[in-house]
Structures are given as C-alpha cells and as structure tokens.
Design a binder for this molecule. Structure first.
Ligand code: PMP
Length: 397
C-alpha cells in the first residue's frame, strides 16, 4: 500500500472545486467535533447545515446499522414498497399541513429543485420562473438558471430561458414579475449565500397572495432552514405562510444523501402520466438514507433541540459583541457576522480555523462570516466558540 501522504493524492486525484480547499484530513467526527491527526476542530458550519444533530449521533448510526441488516438498494424509486420510505413520508405528512402530503424522494438539493421545476411546468402548463436575486438553489443546469449572479451562471450559458429575478423583500416588484405566465416562484425563506438574510413576513404574505391570484406555485427552498434551524421545524412555520411545494435536503438525511420535494397529491400526480415516469431516480429515497432521516426526526421529536434554538441564537448574539463586528444577521442557528472589509473577514475566518474553529464564508457576502453549528451545540460550547471568534478577531487586528 502506498505510504504517500493522503493530501498529495487528494490534490492529485480528487477533482478540486477551488484553488484553495481547506485540505484538512479528518479521521473521525463526533458531536460538534472533527478530529484530524494532530488537532480537533469545532464544526461551526455543520457541513453547511447538514449535521444538525452533530456527527455520528448514536441513534442515527444505530438506525443505519439496523437497516444494513435488512437490505440496501432494491429497485428504482417508486416501484417497490419500502418500509423506511413509507414511514419517513408518513412522518413528514403528519408534521405538515393538508396541502403538503405527497413526498417525492431524491438524492440531493439540486435534484429536488430540478424535480420541482419539472413539476411546476407540468402542473401549470407554463414555463416561466421567478427566483430571488442572489439566491442559491444548486449546481445543476436548471437550478443554476435560477441564480441571478452572472459570475456563477454565465460561464455555463445558455441556461434555461424565461427566468425573472425579484429583489428580496421588495413587495412592489411582485405584481409585475409574477403573472399568469409564471409557473413557480422559488424562495429561500432565509437567503443562504446572500449572507443569511431572512425574508420579511409581509413579503412572504404578499408572495402567497400573488401566487394565489395568478395560479403560480410558491416554492420554499428549505434545504438549509429545515429542520429546526430557524427555531421551528420548518421556516414556513416561523412565518405562517404555507408554500405549494416544500424542498428539503442537507440535514434531512441525518448525514446521508437525501432530498425531497413535497406537494399536494393533486399536484404531484402530474409526474406519473403523460409521460409515464415523468421524473425518475435510481437511488432517490435510499433505504439507508430514509432510516437515518427517520432516526433524526425521532431524536428531534424527543429531545428539546429545536425549542432551544432561539435561546442559543440569542446567546451567540449577546456574546459576539466587538467593534469590528458591524452587524449580526440571520435567524435561529443560521447566523452571519458582518465586518467592514471583506479582506479582514477572510483573515478572521482563516484565523478561526487556525484556532480550531471551522467557520465559513458566503458566495455573495464576502464581508460576512457564516455560523451554522449543529443544533446540539451546548451553552458551554457556545461560550467557547464565541471566545475563539473574538480572540481570532483580536489576533487579526
Ligand atoms: N438550495 C440551497 C438553499 C442550498 O443551500 C443548497 C446547497 N448549498 C442547494 C439548494 C443545493 O443542494 P445540493 O448541494 O444538495 O445539491
């Protein structure tokens, strides 16, 4: 066996997504901790909102092991009755309103957005979409078409035609942009890559009203917000606005790959005929992922992590006081710290990593730091995280 250090093969053979990956070799992970050979890191981004219950949660690991003993993949999604899929869809349906009772399982967030775009086209017989400026909905070509930022999307042109972009929280743009030709409007209730900027309640209400008037589907991309991050299971509950399609991924699979788009049975039935198999996936709703997802739901139903989110959020906000931090934005345990200069912000991020705290940046908000710790983070750990951030800021001055 080759004795070459792992990182050489990493750079040589694992396709790179940027010129400067963190490049830290993690050996194992538990709770909020990532263990490298010579150092332990606190994970304050949760693989970007994935590991809500931390790493290697015993209930999730046990559920996966139990399913391993029964079966792995059986047949393309939707053909055979698989108990973990049915139990998970039923558990979701029990938590969701009457208009969100049919769950289509996929493998990732981008795939869930693609499926939703196709569903909206079939249901409304329209092809135009509206998305928010500076939204992020995924890397596939349909999802990429919903991104307004030319730097990220234009290199892959031509993308889908007929997409209009609305400025977040600009109620006055709603009537002109959303018309009877619009199939669906895609909304991140708390915009992720823009720097954790929450939508206003009035804006989401106005969107709901306009979509009702025009017969447009209102889609909430809750890939980062669900579940629990905003202090409710789903962000739409924090706002009291029910979407026509709810999109999930990231923490949904409890650490395994899983996504879903959820709508009414009437809407979802459009995918089953004319053409038959209107949307199919081989691995969507994989039994291991569904078992992990169900275990995660059970933990969140029995332990008080979601109800503690807002108190933990407030503690972060109280502790993170520093003249260099000019604002704290976000909702629940998706928080952003804004600095005057992007360059300084980047230095602080690097310094935090040096100090054993993994935090991150945003695609469209270079002056902000992203904080999205596992929901299980303890009060003591929040003090430790805040202390490390403040210390790192001091060290960068
Ligand atoms: N929507 C949002 C809001 C996201 O944050 C992401 C992932 N960062 C996606 C969609 C795409 O999900 P995936 O990477 O699983 O395809």
């Amino acid at each position: 066996m080759s004795k070459r250090p792992l990182h050489i093969d990493f750079y040589r053979h694992v396709a790179q997504t940027s010129d400067n990956p963190l490049g830290i070799a993690i050996q194992n992970a538990d709770g909020i901790y990532l263990h490298a050979e010579d150092k332990t890191y606190i994970d304050c981004i949760s693989g970007i909102s994935v590991s809500a219950l931390g790493h290697s949660h015993p209930s999730i690991v046990a559920a996966i092991q139990q399913q391993l003993n029964k079966h792995l993949h059986l047949m393309v999604y939707g053909e055979l009755i698989q108990d973990q899929q049915v139990a998970l869809a039923t558990a979701l349906a029990t938590m969701l309103p009457e208009s969100l009772q049919s769950v289509y399982f996929v493998n990732s967030g981008s795939e869930a957005i693609e499926g939703t775009m196709k569903l909206a086209k079939r249901y409304t017989k329209r092809s135009k979409f509206v998305a928010q400026k500076l939204a992020y909905h995924g890397s596939t070509q349909g999802a990429l078409s919903l991104m307004s930022d030319a730097y990220f999307s234009q290199a892959f042109a031509p993308l889908l035609p007929g997409i209009d972009f609305i400025e977040q929280n600009q109620i006055d743009q709603i009537e002109t942009l959303i018309t009877k030709e619009t199939a669906a409007v895609f909304i991140e209730p708390v915009m992720g890559e823009k720097g954790y900027v929450p939508c206003s309640k009035a804006y989401l209400y106005a969107l709901r009203k306009r979509c009702n008037e025009t017969g447009t589907l209102l889609v909430f991309d809750e890939i980062q917000t669900a579940y629990g991050r905003t202090g409710e299971w789903f962000a739409f509950q924090s706002y009291g606005v029910v979407p026509d399609v709810l999109v999930l991924a990231k923490s949904f699979g409890g650490g395994l790959p899983l996504g879903a788009f959820i709508a009414s049975t009437e809407i979802m039935d459009c995918l089953k005929d004319h053409p038959v198999l209107g949307h199919i996936t081989t691995f969507g709703g994989h039994p291991l992922s569904c078992a992990a997802a169900l275990a995660a739901i059970k933990v969140l139903q029995t332990e008080p992590h979601i109800e503690q989110v807002n108190a933990k959020s407030n503690l972060f906000r109280d502790l993170l006081q520093h003249p260099k931090i000019i604002s704290i934005d976000g909702m629940g345990l998706m928080l952003s710290l804004q600095f005057e200069q992007a360059q300084f912000c980047r230095k602080v991020i690097d310094q935090c990593v040096q100090n054993g705290l993994l935090i991150d940046w945003f695609l469209y908000a270079e002056d902000k730091i992203r904080l999205a710790p596992p929901l299980i983070v303890s009060i003591e750990q929040i003090h430790e995280i805040a202390h490390t951030i403040l210390k790192s800021i001091e060290e960068c001055q």
